[in-house]
Design a protein around this ligand. Structure first.
Ligand code: ADP
Ligand code: MG
Length: 281
């Protein structure tokens, strides 16, 4: 378990996150959702071990601040929010970067892990191993990043995967393919924490949602228990959760009159009808 205890992070003289108390568990997918500027990236960074201003971040009871960075890097992998393109690395060398904290990059075993990780991420090593990273499409690059973190997390024991908006450059089927891979890691016992803007995707794949607004946690709930009211409060726009009992699918959409509602959250709250009675849960 990673626990945040009364954590605050100040950026440029103001509080970007907190004070916040929170627990995330292994063997689960936890989605962090919230409007732009809510502190989602700051939270992912804090979970990854970036410096915090006050409070404590504990992993299985041990303060992250007291763990050797290299040891922690064997345990957790991070896919940051970044539009940056890595330079002209051969893809297999790029994926092998995931083995750096393990110190076995030159070992024959690492080559096998790299190939397996590429296959797992949907990249055929025969076709892609020697392609340079700067020639990849957005979706291929995302899969390369995923292969890199998969290689990093190859092994046993407690492991964490932290992803910040990993679906941004992917088309819808690829978004689901990525979440499916996150779910397979979750099923291996990895704790997956990710920032998602696609709320329908979060409801469909995450076990738990953490709703963030203004640096504070509004709620942490099982995905099946998140309501239209929760999302409306979080985003300040009138959002509706639609659940289909037959397929078990959920989606989130903007309700009619949402722009008026967003401009006037007081009024909007009074007007939001309670749709829990016709939810099929
Ligand atoms: P999110 O990922 O939810 O969009 P961030 O965690 O990136 O939000 O940012 C949270 C808040 O901290 C925002 O108000 C943002 O403007 C502010 N912030 C982030 N980085 C810096 C920085 N380097 N200097 C000043 N303010 C920052
Ligand atoms: Mg962000």
């Amino acid at each position: 378990m990673i626990a945040l205890e009364q954590v605050t992070v100040a950026r440029g003289g103001r509080v970007a996150l907190g004070p916040i108390d929170l627990r995330v568990r292994r063997g689960r997918i936890t989605a962090i959702i919230g409007p732009s500027g809510a502190g989602k990236s700051t939270l992912i960074a804090a979970l990854a071990g970036a410096p915090i201003t006050s409070g404590a971040v504990l992993c299985d009871g041990v303060a992250l601040a007291s763990r050797a960075p290299r040891e922690w890097a064997r345990t957790r992998a991070v896919l940051a929010q970044s539009a940056e393109r890595p330079f002209a690395f051969a893809l297999s060398d790029f994926v092998a970067l995931g083995r750096l904290p393990h110190g076995d990059r030159e070992h024959p075993r690492a080559r096998e892990i790299v190939e397996r990780s590429m296959r797992w991420a949907g990249l055929d090593p025969g076709r892609f191993a020697q392609r340079t990273v700067d020639t990849l499409s957005g979706g291929e690059l995302q899969r390369a990043q995923l292969a890199r973190v998969r290689a990093q997390l190859h092994g046993e024991g407690p492991r964490w995967l932290l992803l910040d908006e990993p679906t941004t450059h992917l088309d819808l089927p690829l978004q689901h393919a990525l979440l499916e891979r996150c779910a397979s890691l979750r099923d291996e016992g990895v704790g997956v924490v990710l920032v998602l803007h696609e709320l329908s995707l979060a409801l469909q794949w995450a076990d738990e949602l953490l709703l963030l607004r203004g640096g504070r946690a509004l709620a942490q709930r099982a995905a099946s228990e998140v309501t239209s009211e929760d999302l409306t409060e979080c985003f300040g726009a009138r959002l509706a959760v639609v659940r289909d009992a037959a397929s078990g699918l959920s989606m989130v959409t903007v309700a009619r009159g949402a722009s008026t509602a967003a401009a006037n959250p007081q009024r909007q709250q009074g007007e939001t009808h309670d749709d829990r009675s016709d939810d099929h849960r």
